[in-house]
Design a binder for this molecule. Structure first.
Ligand SMILES: CC(C)(COP(=O)(O)OP(=O)(O)OC[C@H]1O[C@@H](n2cnc3c(N)ncnc32)[C@H](O)[C@@H]1OP(=O)(O)O)[C@@H](O)C(=O)NCCC(=O)NCCS
Length: 182
């Protein structure tokens, strides 16, 4: 696959995952900026979001990691409107393990969009035999993210003590996994 070919994962007739590309920079930057205040309650990086050029550099680096298979970053579109991000933050190819990250625009939450996208995402990588162990790590206090893991059949494997630094605290993190071997 060349860099110019779009990689998409169909989710429903309204929802599509599109591999991150530089042409989405402005839309992504606008969505992050719009959601910045509350994203800061979930992600340390949210406080460092700067100009559109910073977002462009971030997109370029994620695109490079995506193309080389070290990570994957997909943009979630509903009816051609950017609604959020679904990623493998890291991939261990030998272990066929992927570490999942996600966020949704506040106005797009509470509709099942992320769960539908996650199911299609896991099916896509499991069918290709690339990933069989899917991992979600989320702070114990992140109620909505814990619910995403449980709603989608992940099993709680343990709690990592003081494993994530956010807003001045080291917080405990739940580690969930789901094995999918098709
Ligand atoms: C985590 C996050 C993506 C969850 O978003 P979400 O919209 O709740 O996730 P889902 O797609 O699973 O949607 C489930 C919700 O939609 C509702 N829903 C409505 N229609 C639905 C449908 N057809 N199918 C499934 N759920 C549906 C569910 O009842 C549920 O709402 P509830 O939790 O109030 O009961 C979002 O809160 C977020 O972006 N948080 C900040 C970033 C973050 O924390 N990321 C994770 C870091 S580890």
């Amino acid at each position: 696959m060349t860099a110019t070919q779009a990689e998409t994962i169909a989710v429903t007739d309204r929802i599509t995952l599109r591999a991150v590309e530089e042409r989405y920079t402005a839309e992504l930057h606008n969505l992050v900026t719009k959601n910045r205040a509350w994203l800061r309650t979930a992600f340390d990086w949210a406080q460092y979001v700067g100009t559109e050029d910073d977002t462009r550099r971030n997109v370029q680096s994620n695109q490079m990691l995506h193309q080389r298979g070290y990570a994957k970053m997909y943009l979630i579109f509903q009816d051609d409107v950017l609604a959020g991000v679904l990623s493998f933050n890291a991939i261990e190819p030998t272990n066929k393990t992927g570490y999942i990250g996600y966020w949704l625009d506040e106005a797009h939450q509470g509709k099942g969009i992320l769960s539908h996208a996650l199911q299609a995402f896991m099916r896509y990588y499991a069918e290709r035999g690339e990933i069989r162990r899917f991992v979600i790590k989320c702070r114990v206090d992140n109620v909505r993210s814990n619910k995403v893991a449980l709603r989608n059949g992940f099993v709680l494997e343990g709690c990592l003590r003081e494993a994530e630094f956010l807003n001045g605290h080291f917080d405990d993190v739940n580690s969930y996994a789901k094995i999918v071997s098709l």
